[in-house]
Design a binder for this molecule. Structure first.
Ligand SMILES: [Fe+2]
Length: 258
């Protein structure tokens, strides 16, 4: 199974870099569409838009509509649950019966579980008892296939950048880690939020963070020829039960948008 992960596109319509953010998003979708073999699925791990506005979601949705593979979205700290839900309600995969935007995707050889770590008004993540319960129910709903989990805020200590912990309290992060460990079937956890690539470990489960797609918001050093070239990741599930992750550079050097 091949999963293309994109994250932190932060679409905004009234900033000096509006055009660049849109271009970065379009570039990664075009690059994903050209992959051979094609990915089975595209997952956006949150911060789709920057201010949670309806018009921002409309712009983001119009770009995602260009994708050839099925797309699944989830919330980051900059997202707005009601407006995201409204923009993607036609997709059919969002659970309309919960305030949380968490769900399982059962259409593939791996089960995909998308988590909602949003804490409205706070850039840090949260994972309350209700979300633990919902995660446990999703894990227990099917017992044979491996699981891959997507979450905006990484539930492990991040050793790059200024903030090692991205949850409001350590107990919430610890509870999430324990729920994932207990399942015994989570093959990998893929995250966003930090805007730079890194990796970690969740009680023995390998976990990674991808950089932000938005070239104007990503952190870390990039060589000059990559200034306006967004990156994203492709996770290929190998026969040995492990993921092999490729970081791809999209776009062309000339695509700097004034
Ligand atoms: Fe972000």
């Amino acid at each position: 199974m091949i999963i293309a992960q994109i994250s932190d596109t932060h679409i905004a319509l009234d900033t000096p870099d509006t055009g660049q953010r849109l271009q970065d998003f379009q570039s990664v979708i075009a690059d994903i569409n050209a992959l051979d073999p094609a990915p089975d699925v595209i997952v956006h791990t949150g911060d789709i838009v920057h201010n949670g506005r309806e018009d921002e979601y409309a712009a983001a949705a119009s770009i995602l509509e260009q994708a050839h593979a099925p797309v699944y979205v989830m919330v980051g700290n900059k997202d707005d649950r009601p407006n995201l839900r409204a923009a993607f309600s036609g997709s059919g995969y969002l659970d309309e019966g919960s305030q949380f935007i968490d769900y399982a995707v059962e259409d593939f050889s791996l089960r995909l579980i998308m988590l909602d770590t949003l804490s409205p008004g706070d850039n840090r993540g949260d994972f309350c008892a209700e979300r633990i319960s919902r995660l446990t129910d999703m894990i227990d709903a099917e017992g044979s296939r491996p699981i891959v989990v997507f979450t905006h805020h990484p539930p492990f200590e991040v050793t790059v950048g200024p903030d090692p912990i991205h949850y409001r309290d350590l107990e919430a992060m610890s509870d999430l880690r324990e729920a994932l460990r207990q399942s015994g079937r989570v093959a990998g956890v893929f995250c966003g939020h930090v805007h730079r690539a890194t990796s970690g470990d969740i009680e023995g489960i390998p976990a990674t963070v991808m950089s932000a797609v938005s070239t104007t918001l990503r952190k870390g050093e990039y060589p000059p020829h990559m200034t306006a070239r967004p990156v994203y990741q492709v996770h290929r599930f190998a026969p040995d039960g492990q993921f092999v992750t490729e970081t791809r550079i999209a776009g062309k050097p000339s695509q700097i948008v004034a």
